[in-house]
Design a protein around this ligand. Structure first.
Ligand code: IDP
Ligand code: MG
Length: 140
């Protein structure tokens, strides 16, 4: 196994409920290092661009509005096998299907307001990290 970096987003439902620390405590407890982090409000262009892969899905418009509805925290997580490890810790997209102990089972409100984003492949992780961070902003 090799050390990887993956993009994580704490979504507006998490910032709204003041859960950024509680969620990041779960990441750190599970061995992830947060090597880059910023809090921002996504513009329409950023939200649409980030989720462009879902453009044809029926929930795309609502997803874009939701992601712009409050602050988000974008961050880079580092760990061995970080991409899959983060997906495992996040749990299923729909919290109703998420395993006990996962972030989404613990905190998510619905299939849309599911508290966290995580890259789904090493290739997408690299693209998504570049979407938000320059190399100089990542400090391992
Ligand atoms: P993922 O975040 O687990 O990778 P994706 O299928 O990539 O799930 O969907 C991206 C995001 O779109 C989800 O995290 C969730 O916020 C939202 N989403 C996914 N499916 C639905 C749906 O059926 N209704 C509303 N929102 C959805
Ligand atoms: Mg996804």
């Amino acid at each position: 196994m090799t050390v990887q970096r993956t993009l994580s987003i704490l979504k507006p439902d998490a910032t709204e409920r003041n859960l950024t620390g509680a969620i990041n405590a779960m990441f750190e407890k599970n061995g992830f290092r947060i090597v880059a982090q910023k809090r921002l409000r996504l513009t329409k262009e950023q939200a649409e661009g980030f989720y462009a892969v879902h453009k044809e899905r029926p929930f795309y418009g609502e997803l874009v509005s939701y992601m712009m509805s409050g602050p988000v925290v974008v961050q880079v997580l580092e760990k061995e096998n970080a991409v899959q490890a983060n997906r495992d810790l996040m749990g299923a997209t729909n919290p109703a299907n998420a395993d006990e102990g996962t972030i989404r089972k613990t905190f998510a409100e619905s299939i849309e307001r599911n508290s966290v984003h995580g890259s789904d492949s090493l290739e997408n992780a690299a693209t998504e990290i570049k979407f938000f961070f320059t190399d100089a902003e990542i400090v391992g």
